[in-house]
Ligand binder design. Structure first.
Ligand code: CXF
Ligand code: ZN
Length: 373
């Protein structure tokens, strides 16, 4: 069994600890990837804190890039040595997968979140040394990329050109795909529209960058951190609103001549902000919801104004992207200088994963990326 070094969360709320683990050999349709870089996403920290359910002890990590180390006997689209980006898992066989919506895969929760194993229940990772006999959960988003080796299904890796900075490729498969896809695949602002982006973490800033590729004429970034607002402006926001200084709802209405924003994206996960985002919509506006609060969180809406104004509130997962189509497009747009993802990345050595997680939680960095090799 291949041996790897992994960041293991032994119990809810505990630190990541580097440990040796064993990773299963690839089955027929699987790929073993030597991970070079892995992004930390809010969902990793939410699972670690116990806010998003996943069995522990576990190897988390659900964004990454690396080189194919070995492939199963039926794999045809990648070969050892190829550079790949890791993305979420989908079954490929259900009606949603067969109609090009892998994010809506019938097995999405089991494959990506709650399972901790392959769909058939078999583990993909095992503890080594003194943890050899204890259970270890992996296959997080079909990958568990906080390890020097990740075992994934062939359909969940995206071949990309060699030679690009791994720290830029690493976050494409979740955070970046989520923000850019929300704008380009779902909200699709039209000429003259205003897009209001609530929260300027990696998803919000990726959305702001993507808005520059659309005919939206006004892009309003809303965030309490002045440094983030300055970065949002550099990446394409035409206006910045600090809710600590101004009422965000009033500000959005004022900036849009009283109409409200035709499109909004809520990335903070705070129900109060979601309410604001919906209240700040123009008539027939659309609000995408990507911010993920703890399981069970509810939000309130003004019901009569739903009838008067016809807002649409749309949950968006992974930018509703098909990774094998969308990630290569993201790579091309980065190479052309049209989506400068490098501007939101800060790199950390793998061994400093706790420091990286702390910096992200404090908001000191936007997208921490761990360098594993
Ligand atoms: C997650 C957010 C929480 C629900 C599953 C998808 N997206 C990215 O990490
Ligand atoms: Zn994520």
């Amino acid at each position: 069994m291949p041996r790897a070094t992994a960041a293991v969360v032994r119990a809810r709320g505990h630190d990541f600890g580097l440990e040796e683990i064993d990773v299963d050999e690839p089955r027929a349709h699987e790929v073993l990837v030597r991970v070079r870089a892995a992004g930390i996403c809010h969902t990793d920290l939410s699972v670690r804190a116990g806010h998003t359910p996943f069995p522990v002890p576990a190897v988390l990590g659900h964004e990454g890039t690396g080189t194919v180390e070995a492939v199963g006997g039926a794999v045809t689209s990648v070969a050892p040595g190829d550079t790949v980006v890791l993305s979420f898992a989908s079954c490929g066989d259900c009606p949603a997968c067969l109609t090009g919506r892998p994010v809506r895969c019938a097995h999405w929760p089991a494959l990506n979140l709650f399972g901790g194993s392959r769909l058939d229940g078999s583990p993909t990772v095992r503890g080594a040394g003194r943890h050899a006999r204890a259970a270890l959960h992996g296959h997080f988003f079909g990958q568990s990329s906080f390890a020097t080796l990740a075992l994934t299904a062939e359909r969940d890796v995206v071949p990309v050109p060699a030679g690009l900075p791994p720290q830029v490729l690493a976050p494409l498969g979740c955070g970046v795909q989520t923000g850019v896809g929300a704008v380009l695949n779902v909200l699709r602002p039209e000429a003259g529209h205003t897009l209001a982006v609530y929260g300027t973490g990696s998803v919000g800033l990726a959305a702001v960058m993507a808005a520059r590729l659309t005919p939206a004429t006004r892009v309003i970034a809303v965030d309490p951190d002045p440094k983030r607002l300055a970065l949002a402006r550099r990446l394409g926001a035409t206006d910045a609103v600090n809710p600590r200084e101004d009422d965000a709802l009033d500000a959005v209405r004022e900036l849009t001549g009283g109409r409200g924003a035709e499109r909004a994206l809520e990335t903070s996960g705070a129900p109060r902000v979601l309410r604001q985002a919906v209240d700040g919509l123009a008539v027939s506006g659309v609000c995408g919801v990507v911010g993920a609060p703890p399981a069970g969180t509810e939000a309130a809406f003004d019901v009569p104004s739903m009838l008067d104004r016809g807002p649409r509130v749309v949950g968006v997962n992974q930018g509703e992207a098909v990774p094998r189509v969308f990630v290569p497009a993201l790579v091309e747009l980065y190479r052309a200088g049209r989506l400068p993802f490098d501007e939101i990345v800060s790199v950390f050595p793998f061994a400093r994963i706790e420091e990286a997680a702390g910096a992200a939680a404090r908001g000191d960095v936007v997208k921490p990326v761990l360098m594993l090799a």
